[in-house]
Design a protein around this ligand. Structure first.
Ligand SMILES: *Cc1c(COP(=O)(O)O)cnc(C)c1O
Length: 451
């Protein structure tokens, strides 16, 4: 009987002492290196590799290791604010600002006096300049946090008056009424699912006891639309009613448009809501605003300062990276979201045709979508390159991964949200995938799509 080959598997100390292993693992944490070594030794014990291959295996695993497993992907779905792909991609200016803010920054220091300053003062200033009707602003971690803070600070265990048509569930089981009630407030529903009138709000306001802690809340239904025999009460009318009772009007606009956007006529905007008399408006930073995940609260000085003083404000405080990205999103020109919503149609068509020609595929009309709960029935007319459905799965495993839209038996590649500089990479990857499918046409599982 010969010697057990497993005795030739190099020990951990030997591998750790190897100069090449030391060089390759220098930027990695100790436990990562230990795990890579352990796994290579295990493979040799199971005789999947020879003992002599262990060091090479360790080196190649170290070379492949990524400090963050989340990978940049190419969004070829045509869905602009794609929840599963991280909603809004940041602008070039915002990315640079995040990188700068990653070190020490004067987020809470006045450099002239050397004293402590209001945290994130410059991001707040940028918001106010971008939305002039607001007197003050506060930035928290996301839209849901902003709403919870508003209710907790303005109402406490009191009453939130809201239309039955606005008691929405948004995504992944997130239900606004449950969030509101979780703060200790209770909800008084007014109107019906499809129709709510000013009189309904007025009656609920009349029934409140004197000096009740309460607010009127108007919520943008976001990703669903009631059509047909409907009616809702405008912000201006609600503002008049609320003021008569000395109560604040809060508008949860959802998507974060700063001003009216003609391309999305149904989408509420923050400036109009404030001009129409809302005391506070709420929006997400990473939907139509095109910035980082954040909850934006803008309104009257008195309302915002009540929020800022509430203990929960500290629990929902944003980090410096978010503050940097919000500010640069507002000051750094057109965002990728805006560019994808309003592309140069001729240019987009030309890019699509060029890609289709390179691949020997067809161009088909394809409507992109806003996504992220914005403009649910607004098509964004455009085009896609039509590939066999079996291309979708291999495209997702390319480097960088390319995520497409699956429709019927087709994989549709839409360039609306693809930076033009990525076109050559997309052409090369898709060409490779199609060539591979011709050689080995095994049907891939259908791609899961969730926006
Ligand atoms: C998206 C949305 C929210 C939640 O915002 P997040 O930033 O996702 O937490 C709340 N209200 C409305 C109306 C929304 O559309």
């Amino acid at each position: 009987m010969g010697e057990d080959p497993r005795r030739r598997i190099p020990g951990t100390d030997t591998l750790l002492a190897d100069e090449r292993v030391q060089r390759a693992s220098a930027p990695l944490s100790r436990h990562v290196l230990a795990q890579v070594i352990h796994q290579a030794q295990e493979r040799a014990r199971r005789e999947e590799i020879a003992p002599e291959q262990v060091a090479v295996e360790v080196l190649s695993e170290l070379a492949r290791f990524r400090p963050c497993a989340m990978r940049p992907v190419i969004n070829a779905t045509g869905v602009v604010i794609h929840t599963n792909l991280g909603r809004a991609p940041l602008s070039a200016a915002a990315r640079l600002a995040v990188a700068d803010a990653a070190g020490y920054v004067d987020v809470e220091m006045d450099l002239e006096t050397g004293r402590r300053s209001r945290r994130g003062a410059s991001a707040r200033r940028a918001l106010l300049e971008a939305c002039p009707p607001a007197e003050d602003a506060l930035i928290v971690n996301n839209g849901a946090a902003a709403l919870a803070l508003a209710v907790a600070a303005l109402v406490g265990s009191g009453t939130v008056i809201i239309s039955r048509g606005e008691l929405i569930e948004i995504g992944a089981g997130f239900r606004l009424p449950e969030l509101i009630e979780s703060t200790g407030a209770h909800i008084v529903e007014v109107g019906t699912t499809n129709r709510t009138h000013a009189q309904d709000y007025a009656a609920a306001l009349e029934r409140l006891p004197d000096d009740a802690a309460a607010c009127v809340l108007k919520v943008h239904p976001s990703n669903y639309r009631i059509a047909g025999f409907t009616s809702a009460v405008s912000v201006a009318e609600l503002a008049t009613l609320s003021r008569e009772h000395g109560l604040p009007l809060v508008v949860d606009a959802g998507s974060g448009l700063l001003a009216p956007e003609p391309a999305l006529p149904e989408e509420p905007d923050l400036s109009s809501a404030l001009t129409d008399g809302a005391d506070l408006v709420i929006a997400s930073g990473d939907k139509l605003l095109g910035g980082p995940q954040a909850g934006l609260l803008l309104g009257t000085g008195e309302t915002v300062s009540r929020l800022a003083k509430h203990p929960l404000a500290r629990a929902m405080r944003t980090d410096k990276l978010t503050l940097a990205a919000v500010e640069a999103t507002l000051t750094g020109g057109q965002t990728p979201v805006e560019a994808a919503l309003k592309p140069d149609a001729d240019r987009l068509h030309q890019r699509t045709r060029r890609l289709a020609e390179a691949l020997g595929a067809d161009v088909v009309p394809h409507d992109g979508r806003v996504g992220g709960g914005g403009g649910p029935d607004v098509p964004l007319p455009g085009w896609a390159v039509q590939l066999p459905e079996s291309a979708a799965a291999p495209l997702r495993t390319c480097d960088p991964p390319i995520v497409t839209r699956t429709s019927g038996s087709w994989c549709l590649l839409d360039l609306r949200c693809v930076p033009e500089s990525d076109d050559p990479a997309v052409a090369e990857a898709a060409g490779w995938v199609l060539e591979h499918l011709r050689v080995c046409p095994d049907p891939a599982p259908p791609a899961a799509q969730d926006t």
